[in-house]
Design a protein around this ligand. Structure first.
Ligand SMILES: Nc1ncnc2c1ncn2[C@@H]1O[C@H](COP(=O)(O)OP(=O)(O)OP(=O)(O)O)[C@@H](O)[C@H]1O
Ligand SMILES: [Mg+2]
Length: 232
């Protein structure tokens, strides 16, 4: 038996065709990729090149037209819906471009809810949430509602929410997209630290080429095809 550690996530020969009324869009063609602990992977490519499709397939949020997708060593179709939900709460973190915070919950509740869903008690969930909000410099906003905070602050809350459960695999879809440059790069530095210190893997789609300096590997998508750039 192979005793090697499985990849955190893997695409094997994946193609994605979106069917539409006027023919289909081939969003990804014959893509293979594996994500391992301790790596920050940057996914570059122009608008429409397939970056979001790549991330959502790798996270098991949608199925490929052909090919296989493995999460933590097992093909996604081998998991029950319940197992997938649990994995998304505990082992996978997401940071979306629009941050997707829940407007009816406070900042603190937005971060706590992930740990609560994973079964952590209220007191511990609160402590963990406050710890991350503090490290990201937004603890003073704990009782505020997302509609009353800035884009940069929302981004920090979204990062806290993605990391709070110790998820090994983090997907970030243009997390710096709507931000002034300095703030965006501070977040990239924070994420990079969590890759180094906690052996997480972060896969980040971005238009921001400054992130190339920070990445361990760089993938370039163009019209659904993938190129690996040599890195450092
Ligand atoms: N649900 C969908 N149905 C049909 N076509 C889609 C769907 N989602 C994406 N596409 C198409 O697939 C291609 C890849 O889209 P995708 O969103 O993955 O690109 P992207 O690189 O993330 O772009 P952006 O930088 O603008 O976010 C595009 O041509 C897009 O129009
Ligand atoms: Mg996208």
């Amino acid at each position: 038996m192979d005793t090697k550690e499985p990849h955190l996530a893997e695409l094997v020969n994946v193609t994605k065709l979106y069917e539409g009324p006027h023919g289909g869009t081939l969003a990804l063609q014959q893509i293979s990729f594996a994500a391992d602990p301790g790596e920050m992977v940057l996914l570059l490519g122009p608008s429409g090149s397939g970056k979001t499709t790549f991330l959502t397939l790798l996270a098991g949020l949608q199925r490929p037209t052909s090919g296989e997708v493995f999460l933590f060593g097992k093909e996604v179709t081998g998991y029950t819906q319940r197992e997938l939900q649990w994995m998304r709460a505990v082992r996978i973190g997401f940071i979306f471009q629009t941050f997707l915070l829940l407007d009816s919950l406070t900042v603190l509740q937005n971060v706590m809810i992930v740990s609560r869903f994973a079964g952590t008690g209220k007191k511990e969930a609160k402590e963990k949430a406050i710890d991350y909000l503090t490290r990201l410099g937004v603890e003073r906003l704990s009782e505020a509602y997302p509609s009353r905070i800035s884009q940069g602050e929302k981004q920090r809350v979204a990062v806290a929410r993605a990391l709070v459960n110790g998820a090994a695999l983090i997907f970030a879809d243009e997390p710096t997209g709507s931000l002034a440059s300095k703030q965006g790069m501070e977040i990239v530095d924070f994420l990079k630290e969590s890759v180094r210190n906690e052996r997480r893997c972060i896969i980040m789609a971005s238009h921001d080429e400054r992130i190339i300096q920070q990445a361990d590997s760089v993938l370039v998508l163009r019209d659904g095809a993938l190129n690996h750039l040599p890195c450092k």
